[in-house]
Design a protein around this ligand. Structure first.
Ligand SMILES: Cc1cc2nc3c(=O)[nH]c(=O)nc-3n(C[C@H](O)[C@H](O)[C@H](O)COP(=O)(O)OP(=O)(O)OC[C@H]3O[C@@H](n4cnc5c(N)ncnc54)[C@H](O)[C@@H]3O)c2cc1C
Length: 464
């Protein structure tokens, strides 16, 4: 067994000289799950720099029957990058070139290892930006496509599903496939782009992406709106979305989360359930929208606004929101932090949040709530000691009940974090026969099961 690993590592070293590692710390870093899911280490990590090198690694893996787990930045939260059967962790961070920006067509072509922060930094003086912004700024665009990620401004600009025009990917036999070009729409056959977006490295390794860009809006107004109750805040969101206000962001933070964010970011926000909002559009549109939202908030126990019109104030506010996960870790040092993720139709948002809050309270588990509530998507972040088997079982039970509650309300067990290992058992419940179709697609495209085994498409009741 050990000899087999060494042989594979030697063959990889011949393909990618100096870019292969079997060091324990490197293997651990590439299987760090950031959650209660135990790490499963790969045998070896490689850093390809070209598509041809990715092809060569996948061909070697296919010939040897060795698994390959694509790795972007490792920020996923459901054990996605775990190497369930060992094998090769294929780290795409060296493939980080921005290949083209077509300002006139509002699109760009990037390699998979480009991070969203790198792309937006590159676009800074162009009047354009890449819109999808998951909390982890170092997430790669390839990883974000693979998890079908979204972020704070999805209500206006969409998820990765909407922002990826096409991809190039290395398939399980080492062949290179492009799913399309740069057209804004296409009716040319099956939608292979959307098959690969959200496939979590189980159907192909994305090497290049054509992505949409957006024009920076002429007027941007941000606000912080505290509420008397969580229910009031959630009901204000529902009404604002149903009215179609020109909102780009509407994020909910409960009082526990605001407390943690205050301490982490040295803010002094009032510690009550609060909405962080941002309006994009023409000056007239943002003015109308803010006035209308003020009326809605007033009806639901809103306690007025604090405006953040200057860009540096807005940046500070959204940095604080994006750092919510780290703020919670800091506020409860030494404890484990387990992020849940559910999404429901907007009309059920208040019910789902309130039932979830009550469930956590009844079980005696502290869980600040934060979420992209404009999409009906929220997270309860459970604070627990996972070395205590009873606490861990309680949190797992709470997370599963939340997923089932969301599905029961016509929603989903995951709005954005994906399936990984953590939610594999829920796919059949959520999709029924659809989960079986996924297993058949996986079998057809990766018959040897070498691409990220133990995740979406794995045979039922197995990890292979
Ligand atoms: C603090 C924090 C906040 C977060 N907030 C959000 C949020 O707001 N919204 C959200 O959607 N997510 C969020 N996440 C989760 C995470 O950031 C996303 O899932 C992100 O898209 C993962 O990108 P990554 O580059 O780190 O991918 P990784 O974690 O490295 O990989 C994720 C999965 O994609 C596969 N993969 C990676 N690259 C490729 C590739 N090139 N080709 C094929 N498969 C690939 C991997 O095998 C794995 O299955 C958050 C995470 C943290 C830690």
């Amino acid at each position: 067994m050990a000899a087999g690993k060494t042989n594979i590592a030697q063959s990889l070293e011949a393909l990618l000289p100096g870019r292969v590692s079997m060091a324990e710390a490197v293997l651990r870093q590439h299987a760090n799950t950031l959650t209660w899911i135990a790490s499963e280490l790969p045998d070896v990590v490689v850093w390809p720099e070209t598509e041809a090198e990715v092809q060569a690694v996948v061909r070697l893996a296919a010939e040897s029957g060795v698994p390959v787990v694509a790795f972007g930045a490792g920020t996923s939260l459901e054990g996605h990058v775990n190497a369930a059967r060992g094998g090769i962790s294929l780290d795409l961070s060296h493939m980080n070139r921005i290949l083209a920006v077509h300002a006139e067509d509002l699109d760009a072509e990037v390699e998979a290892g480009v991070t969203r922060e790198m792309l937006n930094q590159f676009l800074r003086d162009t009047g354009l930006f890449f819109a999808v912004d998951p909390g982890a700024g170092q997430a790669t665009i390839g990883g974000m496509a693979a998890t079908r990620a979204s972020g704070t401004n999805t209500i206006r600009y969409g998820t990765m599903r909407d922002n990826v025009l096409s991809v190039t990917a290395v398939m399980a036999d080492g062949s290179l496939v492009s799913t399309g070009e740069r057209a804004r729409k296409s009716a040319a056959g099956y939608d292979l782009t959307r098959l690969l977006v959200g496939s979590e490295g189980t159907l192909g390794i994305i090497t290049r992406l054509r992505v949409r860009l957006h024009a920076v809006p002429p007027s941007v107004v941000a606000a912080v709106a505290p509420f008397e109750t969580l229910e009031g805040a959630a009901r204000a969101v529902i009404e604002a979305i149903q009215l179609g206000l020109s909102l780009a962001r509407i994020e909910l933070l409960d009082e526990l989360m605001i407390g943690a964010v205050n301490r982490h970011a040295q803010l002094s926000l009032s510690e009550t359930p609060t909405l962080f909002l941002e309006f994009h559009g023409t000056e007239g549109a943002t003015r109308d929208a803010t006035d209308t939202f003020a009326e809605i908030a007033g009806r639901h126990g809103g306690r007025g606004f604090e405006w953040a019109a200057r860009e540096e104030d807005r940046r500070r506010l959204w940095r604080a929101r994006h750092d919510a996960f780290w703020a919670v870790r800091e506020a409860w040092p030494g404890m484990d932090v387990i992020v849940t993720d559910a999404c429901v139709p907007i009309s059920r948002l208040a019910d789902c949040i309130l039932e979830t809050e009550a469930d956590f309270r009844d079980c005696g588990i502290t869980a600040p709530i934060v979420g992209h509530v404009g999409d009906g998507n929220f997270h309860a972040i459970a604070i627990a000691d996972c070395s205590d088997a009873r606490q861990l079982a309680t949190v797992k039970g709470l997370a599963e009940r939340l997923a089932r509650r969301a599905i029961g309300m016509g929603g989903t067990s995951t709005g954005e974090h994906g399936i990984g290992e953590g939610k594999l058992g829920l796919l059949d419940l959520e999709l029924g026969a659809g989960a079986e179709i996924m297993r058949r697609i996986k079998q057809a495209l990766d018959p040897k099961g070498i691409l990220n085994p133990g995740k979406i498409g794995s045979p039922r009741g197995s990890d292979a």
